[in-house]
Design a protein around this ligand. Structure first.
Ligand code: T1G
Length: 712
């Protein structure tokens, strides 16, 4: 009856229509403009036909992934009137579906999220397989459902569950959906179509039951009943969770509190107003921007990985925290690992680290005891090079000293097959410099993991001057196989993430020099959205590591990273404070009953810092944020200009994944862009006396003058 790019409609023998979603050229079905246009045509066709009922299903592994998020960035820049009109049109479409004069059934196998779930809610019945995943992820994008979800869900499902699903943004299994009343029945995948036909026949035999359901979904939920009570429960939970920089959960809850008490028609209009105000927020722009950036990054990664070959067998040199973590990660993903160290004690520590990490997976129910034992057996500790003749990739994770790394790399190069790739897990040292003593520099690159390896998703894959495309492609493929998100960057001291982090630490050092209290700096930066402030972060990194890395950065970028004063980090380090690892740094750390380190104020450290300050001085939170964020953002700009990273999207993703840059701010370049490039340069000029870390580049000034942007 209908066959276009996204939708097909066929007439089954029984006179029932079967609508199939199958968007050409896309791995998922989504409501992009074209699909919505086709849906309009199909519904008009159905309304004018003699079909007895309508079944809706998907030809892909998922049902429908919602509205097309890739279209949001441009849509959300539309003025309120145009954005409202788009939503009103889509809502009207779903209302047309809900009002068809025949029974309608969604057959859900796989994900039905956001607009995809809203579609299902507009049909009379929902049958799902065990593979179904349902939910409203919109708040995670800083918005709320916009195709009638806030109106239909509380009227179709258990109201409290509906409110909680919408406000939390979480996805739910088919079983959860059944108990929440989000689906009518769980059905075997092979019987889905047949069950749908039965459901329609049943509705046609009992039209009053079928019609009654529709009528109930148009009404207000009576005040004082489940509607208000449901919202009250969720409000208490939301308040208990504390302040959230993302306004969407609180605003959508406010919307629901109002809209459950009015008619469906009125509630739909209220939903549009809420959606538009959220869509115009900075947070939505950031979160949607990150979704698109992630999509772009994944496309690049796929292209790289397709040209390479993931390692089947790897070796790790150095069984410290990083080496042990990398070995664990590889073993977890089914890869055999030789873990070499020069000391038995090192190997024991590395094995203990892996064992503990696997034990935690068992505790959390993610691995069985047998699976954990199998993974552990994949790690082969060794003091010599046994097994190295069979490896595809060696990750060097020995002490962060150029001469030591060079010697170790030159030695291991003689032990591995000529086809093997060597990768250094250095965090700062130039890959080109490390390649100097190697016979096969083309097969050498950087592979920088972040600590703790199992939790941090980012791996920087670093191209030295001599690294071949093939080595980079295979290292990307291996990082992917390890379950990580690789970003390919060009070589320089610190690469992308640490090159940007160290100017931030430089800003911190200057604030302390100028009289600030480290606790005030941490408080301001945590309020800004960082998971931990810079003093706390330095304690986690280790003050010895930070001092050492700072020296490497100063040598690499003496013009702006060589300081003419001694930093507080250096003072503390010299007084024997190494951060968390020694129990004291900027703060003091004592383990609680569960062995987790608790951070406490350390008067001794504060006294030491004060003794180096000319005078203490209060800075406002805004002053602190400006002084801390400017060098970080400007270094990100320089990395982009120097070609260390290819795109603004990758730079921002790198900071979010590698440093925990607050997601709701979208990354350094988006944050900079939000302030306006000209305003940002003016702020930098006002702080220019602090030194070259605060000086905008000529290109940034030119972009500001031309009104250019980093992100489309
Ligand atoms: N829009 C655009 N692209 C999407 C998409 C979407 N909604 N969902 C998936 N993709 C792309 C994805 O980027 C990837 O692209 C490819 O499809 C395969 O995805 C008005 C406001 C559905 C659980 O937030 O959670 O509806 O890498 O590799 O692991 O109320 O994708 O091939 O270029 O992730 O099987 C709400 C987001 C929108 C769902 C599938 N919906 N997607 O996971 O495959 S807002 C979402 C997901 C909305 C209305 C509102 C997952 C998935 P590429 P994948 P997967």
């Amino acid at each position: 009856m209908y066959h276009a790019n996204a939708l097909r409609l066929t007439r089954l023998e029984s006179g029932i229509g079967h609508l199939v979603f199958d968007l050409a050229g896309s791995p998922v079905n989504k409501f992009n403009r074209q699909t919505l246009d086709e849906l309009r045509e199909v519904l008009a066709l159905v309304a004018g036909s003699d079909l007895r009922g309508l079944l809706c299903s998907s030809a892909k592994s998922g049902f429908i992934a919602g509205a097309d998020i890739a279209e949001f960035s441009s849509q959300f820049r539309l003025p309120a009137s145009e954005l409202s009109a788009w939503l009103a049109q889509s809502q009207a479409l779903f209302s047309t579906l809900a009002a068809l004069p025949i029974p309608t059934v969604s057959l859900i196998d796989g994900q039905a999220l956001g607009g995809g779930f809203e579609f299902c809610l507009a049909t009379d019945y929902r049958l799902a397989t065990r593979a179904a995943v349902l939910g409203f992820p919109e708040v995670g994008l800083g918005i709320c459902p916009g195709f009638g979800g806030t109106v239909r869900a509380p009227r179709v499902m258990d109201t409290q569950a509906a409110v909680s699903w919408i406000v939390s943004g979480q996805s739910h299994t088919a079983d959860e959906a059944l108990s929440a009343g989000a689906i009518d029945a769980l059905v075997d995948a092979q019987l889905l179509l047949e069950s749908g036909i039965e459901q329609i026949e049943q509705a046609l035999q009992q039209p009053e039951v079928w019609q009654q359901g529709r009528h109930a979904r148009q009404a207000a939920l009576t005040p004082g009943d489940t509607g208000a009570a449901a919202c009250a429960g969720v409000r208490a939970a939301l308040q208990a969770a504390g302040a959230n920089p993302n306004p969407a959960p609180a605003l959508v809850l406010q919307l629901l509190e109002r809209s459950v008490a009015v008619s469906a028609a009125e509630a739909l209009a209220q939903e549009i107003a809420c959606f538009v105000s959220l869509a115009h927020s900075d947070v939505a722009a950031s979160l949607v921007g990150l979704f698109v950036a992630d999509q772009q990054l994944r496309q690049k990664t796929r292209a790289w990985a397709a040209r390479g070959k993931a390692a089947d067998r790897i070796a790790v040199l150095g069984a410290g925290i990083m080496g042990g973590g990398i070995a664990y990660q590889a073993a977890l993903k089914g890869i055999d690992v030789q873990m070499k160290d020069i000391a038995q004690a090192g190997l024991d520590a590395g094995m203990k680290e892996a064992q503990q990490l696997l034990g935690r997976q068992v505790q959390k129910g993610r691995l069985s005891h047998a699976q954990a034992a199998e993974a552990l057996a994949r790690i082969h500790p060794t003091l010599d090079y046994s097994g190295f003749a069979e490896v595809d990739l060696v990750v060097e994770a020995v002490v962060e000293k150029q001469a030591v790394k060079q010697a170790v790399l030159a030695e291991v190069e003689r032990q591995v097959p000529a086809t093997a790739i060597l990768a250094s897990n250095t965090s700062t040292i130039s890959i080109t410099a490390l390649a100097q003593p190697l016979q096969r520099p083309a097969q050498f690159c950087g592979m920088h993991f972040f600590n703790p390896v199992p939790l941090m998703p980012l791996v920087e894959v670093i191209r030295g001057e001599g690294s071949s495309e093939q080595s980079i492609a295979s290292t990307v493929a291996t990082a992917q196989r390890l379950g990580k998100t690789p970003i390919v960057v060009r070589d320089c001291p610190g690469f992308l993430v640490n090159r940007i982090l160290f100017p931030y630490f430089g800003a911190f050092a200057m604030l302390l020099r100028d009289g600030a209290d480290p606790r005030a700096i941490d408080a301001a930066m945590e309020a800004f959205g960082w998971p931990m402030g810079p003093a706390w972060l330095l304690d986690v990194v280790g003050l010895d590591t930070a001092v050492h890395a700072q020296a490497v950065m100063a040598q690499g970028f003496p013009d702006r990273m060589q300081y003419d004063f001694t930093s507080a980090t250096q003072w503390l380090f010299e007084s024997g404070r190494l951060g968390q690892k020694s129990g004291a740094g900027f703060y003091r750390y004592t383990p609680d009953a569960a062995g987790r380190l608790q951070k406490q104020v350390d008067e001794q450290a504060l006294a030491l810092i004060r003794s180096q300050q000319k005078a203490s001085r209060d800075f406002t939170a805004q002053e602190i944020v400006d002084r801390m964020m400017l060098p970080l953002c400007l270094e990100t700009v320089r990395c982009l200009e120097d070609g260390i990273v290819d795109t603004a999207a990758e730079a921002d993703m790198g900071l979010v994944l590698g440093l925990g840059f607050p997601r709701f701010r979208g990354g350094a370049l988006r944050y900079l862009e939000r302030q306006g490039l000209a305003a940002f340069c003016a702020l930098a000029d006002a702080l220019a006396a602090l030194g070259p870390l605060y000086h905008p580049t000529a290109t940034l000034r030119a972009m500001a003058a031309a009104g250019a942007r980093f992100h489309a």
